[in-house]
Design a protein around this ligand. Structure first.
Ligand SMILES: Cc1cc2nc3c(=O)[nH]c(=O)nc-3n(C[C@H](O)[C@H](O)[C@H](O)COP(=O)(O)OP(=O)(O)OC[C@H]3O[C@@H](n4cnc5c(N)ncnc54)[C@H](O)[C@@H]3O)c2cc1C
Length: 566
C-alpha cells in the first residue's frame, strides 16, 4: 500500500487530531481509524524518530519492575508482548536472557528465583495461539558449567550459575511503528509527518479546543485543521505542547535520558542481563550480528530538541560491560553507534530509575474545563497497543458529548486479535511464510530476500516489483557484513512510504542507518536518488547530507577516545 502525505483534505472536520507520531500517537491513530473515527495524526519530524526509535528493542514484561511490586504493569506488558508478537510475526522473535548469579549478587539466587516464578505465572497465557516460532519457554536455573557453555565470555570468577528466561526482541521498532502507520492509513486515517503543531484555536466564545495549527517543514506552508477531540501524544514534549494552550502546563513530564551503545559483536546468541555490586544493571543484547548495550537512565533537564549523548554516558556503559567481559575489553573503536532517547515518565518525584513505566491519561475537559483535549504520558513500547485502546475509551465519551452525530459512524472494534499491515493473519507463522517465500523463484539472494520479508512482511513483493522494471535497484547499498538493504528500498521509501529526508529513508524505512552512520559513499548514493525523486537542488542536497551526518554523535566513537576509568 501507498502512504502519502495528503494535505488536500484538511478542510473536512476530523473527529480526532493526534499531536505526535511516536508509537503512542500512531497506536492511538490505528485504534481510532479502525473504529471509523475520522482521524488526523500530525508529527513534527518523522514517525517514530524520537524515543520510539531509541529503545532496547524489547517487547517485554519488565522483570525489573517486580522489584517495585508492579504486578499489574508486568501482567499487562506480558499480555501485550504476546499480542504484538502475533500481530506482526515477521518483526519479532523470542530471545533468551541469561542472568548470572555471583557469590556477591544482590538479588541472589533465591530472590531472583521468586521473581522469575512470578514472571512465569504472570505470563501464564504467553503461548496461547502462538506458532512454534513465537513460543517462549519458562525460566530455569543453569549450573555454572551450563551457564559458561552458553556464554563463555563472561567473568567466571565467583560465578555460581544463573537463570535463563525469555522475552521477545523487536527486530526493527521503526518498521513496527510504521506498520501501525500503514494500518491506520489503510483504515482511513490521515497520517502527516514533518508537520509541527504550533498552536490551538478555541471554538467561538468557549473553552472548547477546535483548531490545530501546524507548519509543514517540507514546504514551509502553514495549515490548520478542525477536530472535535485532540489528543496530545507528544511524549517527552507533552508539557511543551500543553504550554501552547495553557499559561502553565497542568501536567509535567519526568524526563529520563537513555542511551545505548551499538558495538561489534561481544557476546553469543542470548542477551546477558548483568547487575554490578553497586546495583547498576545493563543488558547486552545480540542484534543483527552486533551487540546493543544499555540502557542508561538519568534525569534530563534540558529541552528535548537538544538531546545529545555525552562522553560520561558512553564511558559509564563501557566500564559496566568491562566488569563482566574481562577477556575482550570494550573500547570506543568497537562502538558503531550511540542511540539516545528520552523516556517520558509520569511525574512522580522518585528517581527516574525507580519511577513507574505505567501510563496516565488526562482529560483536560473534566480537569480544567479545556473541553476536547486529552493528554497521555508514560508507557512502554510494549504496552502501546493497550495504551491506544485506553485513550480511545477517553476519546469516545468526549466525542459523543461534543458531537452526538459521530455515534452513527463509530464501530465497536477490538485490535487484540488483529494483524498489522504486512502480516497476513494474527498468529500466523512467520517461519512458515518465509519457507514458502524462499521456495519462490525471486532471483534474489536468500539473505536479501529474508531481510526484505523481515522489514516489509508480505509487502516485500512491492519492493521487488520496482526492481523488475530496473534491475540496478537490486544492488545492495553496502557490502558490509550483515547489511542487506537494496536500492529498490530507497525508491520505495520515497514513492510509497512518505519519506522526505535522508534520515527518514536511511534510519527508519531502511535498516542501515539504525546501526550507525552508514558512511559518506552510501549517504551520497542515497542522497542522489532522493535528490532526483524529491527534486532537491544541489544546495538542498548538500544541506540534507550535512544534517543527516550531524545527527550521529561521531565525536564519541573512534580509537583516540579509548581509555579505562577506575
Ligand atoms: C533508552 C530507552 C530504552 C527503552 N527500551 C524499551 C524497550 O525495550 N521496550 C519497551 O517496551 N519500551 C522501551 N522504552 C520506552 C519506549 O521507548 C517509550 O515508552 C515510547 O517510545 C514512548 O513513545 P511516545 O510516542 O510516547 O514518544 P516519542 O516516540 O518520543 O514520540 C513523541 C513524538 O511527538 C512528536 N512531537 C513533539 N512535539 C510535537 C509538535 N509540536 N507537533 C507534532 N509532533 C510533535 C515528536 O517529534 C515525537 O516523534 C525505552 C525508552 C528509552 C528511552
Amino acid at each position: 500500500m501507498k502512504i502519502e502525505r495528503n494535505l488536500s483534505n484538511l478542510s473536512q472536520p476530523f473527529d480526532l487530531i493526534i499531536v505526535g507520531g511516536g508509537i503512542t500517537g500512531v497506536s492511538v491513530a490505528r485504534e481510532a481509524a479502525v473504529r471509523g473515527i475520522r482521524t488526523l495524526c500530525v508529527e513534527k519530524d518523522d514517525f517514530a524518530c524520537a524515543t520510539s526509535a531509541a529503545t532496547s528493542k524489547l517487547l517485554h514484561g519488565g522483570l525489573r519492575y517486580l522489584e517495585n511490586f508492579e504486578f499489574s504493569l508486568v501482567r499487562e506488558s506480558l499480555a501485550e508482548r504476546r499480542i504484538l508478537g502475533l500481530a506482526a510475526g515477521h518483526l519479532s522473535r523470542p530471545m533468551a536472557f541469561l542472568v548470572p548469579i555471583y557469590e556477591w549478587s544482590n538479588p541472589g539466587r533465591l530472590m531472583l528465583q521468586a521473581g522469575l516464578t512470578t514472571y512465569d505465572l504472570l505470563a501464564y497465557d504467553r503461548n496461547l495461539g502462538a506458532p512454534e516460532d513465537k513460543v517462549a519457554p519458562g525460566s530455569k536455573w543453569l549450573s555454572r558449567e551450563e551457564f559458561l557453555k552458553r556464554e563463555p565470555r563472561i567473568d567466571a570468577n565467583q560465578l555460581k550459575g544463573g537463570f535463563i528466561y525469555y522475552d521477545y526482541q523487536s527486530l526493527y521498532p521503526e518498521r513496527l511503528a510504521f506498520a501501525f502507520v500503514k494500518t491506520a492509513e489503510a483504515a482511513g486515517a490521515t497520517m502527516l509527518n514533518h508537520c509541527q503543531v504550533t498552536g490551538f484555536g478555541f471554538k467561538n466564545g468557549t473553552r472548547q479546543l477546535e483548531t490545530v495549527h501546524f507548519t509543514d517543514s517540507v514546504t514551509g506552508k502553514k495549515h490548520s485543521a478542525k477536530g472535535t477531540v485532540i489528543v496530545n501524544a507528544s511524549g517527552p514534549w507533552m508539557d511543551l505542547v500543553l504550554g501552547l494552550v495553557e499559561k502553565e502546563s497542568s501536567h509535567k513530564v519526568q524526563r529520563s535520558k537513555g542511551i545505548h551503545l551499538i558495538t561489534e559483536r561481544l557476546i553469543g546468541d542470548s542477551t546477558l542481563f548483568v547487575r554490578n555490586k553497586e546495583g547498576h544493571h545493563c543488558l547486552m543484547i545480540p542484534w543483527q550480528g552486533m551487540t546493543l548495550i544499555g540502557p542508561t537512565d538519568t534525569p534530563y533537564e534540558g529541552h528535548p530538541d537538544d538531546l545529545r549523548p555525552t562522553e560520561d554516558d558512553v564511558q559509564g556503559l563501557i566500564d559496566l560491560v568491562n566488569q563482566f567481559l574481562p577477556g575482550n575489553p570494550l573500547t570506543h573503536d568497537k562502538i558503531k553507534h550511540v542511540p539516545i532517547g528520552i523516556r517520558p515518565l509520569v511525574f512522580s518525584g522518585k528517581s527516574t530509575y525507580r519511577a513507574s513505566r505505567k501510563y496516565e491519561i488526562y482529560d483536560h475537559g473534566a480537569e480544567s474545563g479545556l473541553e476536547g483535549l486529552i493528554s497521555v504520558v508514560g508507557g512502554k513500547w510494549t504496552t502501546s497497543r493497550k495504551l491506544g485502546e485506553d485513550v480511545i475509551h477517553h476519546v469516545l465519551p468526549a466525542l459523543h458529548k461534543l458531537d452526538p452525530s459521530a455515534a452513527s459512524r463509530i464501530k465497536d472494534v477490538r485490535t487484540d486479535e488483529h494483524p498489522l499491515a504486512g502480516f497476513p493473519a494474527f498468529g500466523a507463522s512467520a517461519t512458515e511464510l518465509w519457507e514458502q517465500i524462499a521456495l519462490m523463484n525471486h532471483r534474489v539472494p536468500d539473505n536479501v530476500l529474508n531481510h526484505l520479508f523481515t522489514l516489509y512482511g508480505t509487502e516485500y513483493t512491492d519492493v521487488l516489483e520496482l526492481a523488475k522494471k530496473d534491475a540496478s535497484l537490486l544492488k545492495r547499498l553496502s557490502d558490509e557484513p550483515g547489511q542487506f538493504d537494496i536500492m529498490a528500498q530507497v525508491v520505495f521509501a520515497i514513492q510509497n512510504e512518505s519519506a522526505k529526508t535522508l534520515g527518514d529513508v536511511l534510519n527508519r524505512r531502511l535498516a542501515i542507518g539504525s546501526a550507525g552512520y552508514p558512511g559518506d559513499a552510501v549517504t551520497k548514493k542515497v542522497a542522489d536518488v532522493c535528490a532526483r525523486l524529491l527534486k532537491w537542488n544541489p544546495l538542498k542536497k548538500a544541506d540534507e547530507i550535512k544534517r543527516f551526518k550531524a545527527a550521529f554523535p561521531l565525536e564519541l566513537i573512534g580509537p583516540k577516545k579509548s581509555k579505562t576509568r577506575k
